[in-house]
Design a protein. Structure first.
Length: 236
């Protein structure tokens, strides 16, 4: 028989609780994969590093969460954490005799790092890039020396000049809204504007503000920072 350390979370659960009483909530085949993995260039995995469910312990009804000590990868923590939170919410409603935690964090990524990865992924999903289409699509050379061409994965493109009249003033608000909508911007979701160095991104941010969009931020480092030497993902 495997030792407790060698056993998987499911094997530990089966050993601890009354035989035949374990009922797992959201097993791997029933959960959705993390939406952040592909954008971050991380590999997917069927499991998410935690087993939650209901069982009986010496006849008493309990809920449980058991972590996979050897689990690395496949999620950045948000699904793992959501399953635990969901189990605790169920416990608050159903009032079991006990909630049993079988904690083994040896292989699970640090949640501080996970939170940072999720933040990066969320930013990537809401980026609106002000650069010219050629630089965005890597069909023209990047102007910043030594920087790669392309764009942040998932970013939308709206060259800032499209928001301006020939005299440099903004188009009427209804035309601005049409420009943002045509670029794929959701007026109900946060937007992070970007460009080469954070300057023309401010034009997009102001244009959004003129349309009434208030959840807008400027990525001040923009492309010049994103493509500093390292492994930040880019498209195309």
């Amino acid at each position: 028989m495997k030792s407790y350390f060698e056993a998987t979370a499911r094997e530990r659960v089966t050993r601890l609780f009354d035989a035949g009483t374990v009922r797992e909530f959201l097993p791997p085949e029933s959960t959705a994969p993390s939406p952040h993995l592909a954008r971050l260039g991380l590999p997917g995995a069927l499991d998410d590093g935690v087993v939650v469910g209901a069982a009986r312990l010496r006849g008493h009804a309990v809920l449980f969460a058991a972590q996979e000590g050897q689990f690395i990868g496949g999620a950045v923590g948000e699904i793992h954490g959501a399953k635990i939170v969901g189990m605790l919410a169920r416990a608050a409603q159903s009032k079991p005799t006990a909630v049993v935690f079988m904690i083994d964090s040896g292989g699970v990524r640090l949640h501080e790092a996970n939170a940072g990865l999720i933040a990066i992924s969320e930013i990537m999903r809401g980026v609106l890039d002000a650069r010219a289409a050629g630089r965005f699509n890597a069909t023209e050379p990047e102007l910043w020396p030594g920087r790669r061409s392309g764009h942040i994965p998932g970013a939308l493109n709206l060259p800032y000049s499209q928001l301006l009249r020939p005299d440099g003033t903004f188009l009427p608000v209804d035309q601005l809204r049409a420009k943002f909508a045509a670029a794929g911007v959701d007026s109900k979701k946060p937007v992070v504007t970007s460009c080469g160095s954070g300057i023309t991104a401010s034009v997009l941010a102001l244009g959004l503000a003129l349309t009434g969009h208030r959840d807008v931020a400027v990525y001040d480092g923009s492309w010049a920072e994103w493509v500093l030497p390292g492994e930040t993902p880019i498209e195309p």
